[in-house]
Design a protein around this ligand. Structure first.
Ligand code: UFG
Length: 336
């Protein structure tokens, strides 16, 4: 079955393309590579032993219709294509509103026109803000988003809810991701940080590789056991498998629309650094700095619903994720 994957050359998108192909689907990538590079496509080819169908077009543009015309037998779409840097979204909200919302509405419009019903959307735990009660379940209230990026995720979720309310012929699953880390076991694809990394793990691997002098831990005075922030870090391969499970759920007529995709375990920033050092036998140069504005103190997921309904559960641990992230950094070092 053919599945359209917008942002399929990106971090989570590329890993999902691998899992789709392994499960017997034919992924079709739509990605203009503005947030990715050729290395991801060549990595996919080396993992899968064949070239994956790729359209270098903007998901927010009218050109997207060509994919629907070329493939009248599309069985569904997984929508990743979006900007995702929280800090940048505060500086450039129009860039985020324009791209993230337009790409989503454009794709959904075409799905309705061509009667492609199965839709899996990459949402984020950012829609919960700082929750009052942990872990968060899918019924935890969505707080006002803390950034324009987060707001675009809420709006894209709302668009789906509004379409369903209006009786649209759509069968959606919104996956609320926690913090994806790690890379494919082959080290042929992984997270490409273009410029200075925003996220913790690419900053860690670049510091370990000597590309950055030191890492700053953003605050050790939070109300957590070691004072640093807590997140639910999930291996990107596990997260990729959740998308395949979501498609299979839709094919069986599943009706629940929102699922958390995490591990159910919270880890602090300092735990991540110590685990990285231990499993890779590397000493990291880091210092404690001030809090980063906009950071929430702690969040982790309750994943009972996704396990019950989709039969999906994270299988890989922090150690595997942090080893694979370091191996991917070696691939990048060799390449550039
Ligand atoms: N951190 C540091 N130093 C760094 C980078 C990060 O201490 O150099 C800390 C952050 O303060 C935070 C933790 O590491 O406590 C994780 O930070 P990330 O930037 O890796 O991830 P976030 O939790 O801030 O954001 C991620 C995604 C967003 C998503 C959000 C949902 O980047 O796309 O999770 O919570 F919306």
């Amino acid at each position: 079955m053919k599945i359209l994957v917008t942002g399929g050359a990106g971090y989570i998108g590329s890993h999902t393309v691998v899992e789709l192909a392994k499960a017997g689907y034919s992924p079709i990538i739509v990605d203009d590579l503005r947030c990715s590079q050729e290395i991801m496509l060549s990595g996919l080819k080396s993992i899968l032993g064949k070239k994956i169908d790729h359209y270098a077009i903007d998901a927010a543009s009218q050109d997207l219709e060509k994919v629907f015309i070329d493939h009248p037998d599309l069985g569904g779409a997984i929508h990743f294509a979006a900007y995702k840097a929280v800090g940048e979204s505060v500086q450039q909200p129009i860039k985020y509103y324009e791209n993230n919302i337009l790409a989503t509405s454009n794709l959904l419009k075409l799905m309705l026109k061509y009667e492609v019903a199965h839709y899996v959307f990459s949402s984020s735990c950012t829609v919960y803000g700082q929750p009052d009660i942990l872990p968060v379940t899918e019924t935890t209230e969505r707080k006002p988003a803390q950034s324009p990026y987060g707001r675009t995720k809420q709006i894209c979720e709302d668009l789906v809810f509004d379409l369903m309310q209006g009786g649209a012929k759509l069968a959606p699953v919104l996956l609320r991701y926690f913090n994806p880390i790690g890379a494919h076991e082959s080290a042929a694809i992984g997270e490409l940080a273009i410029g200075v990394p925003n996220n913790l793990v690419p900053f860690v691997t670049q510091t370990a590789a000597g590309l950055r002098e030191k890492l700053t831990v953003f605050g050790d005075d939070y109300n957590t056991p070691d004072g640093s922030c807590i997140r639910d870090y999930i291996h990107v391969t596990d997260l990729a498998r959740a998308h395949v499970a979501a498609l299979e759920y839709l094919q069986k007529g599943g009706k629940i629309q929102v699922f958390n995709a995490g591990t159910g375990q919270g880890s602090s920033v300092l735990e991540i650094l110590r685990t990285f050092e231990r499993v890779n036998n590397i000493k990291l140069n880091y210092e404690i700095g001030p809090r980063r504005s906009g950071d929430i103190e702690k969040i982790w997921a309750n994943c009972d619903l996704i396990e019950k309904e989709l039969g999906w559960k994270a299988q890989l641990g922090l150690e595997e994720a942090l080893k694979s992230a370091w191996q991917w950094q070696q691939t990048l070092n060799a390449q550039y």
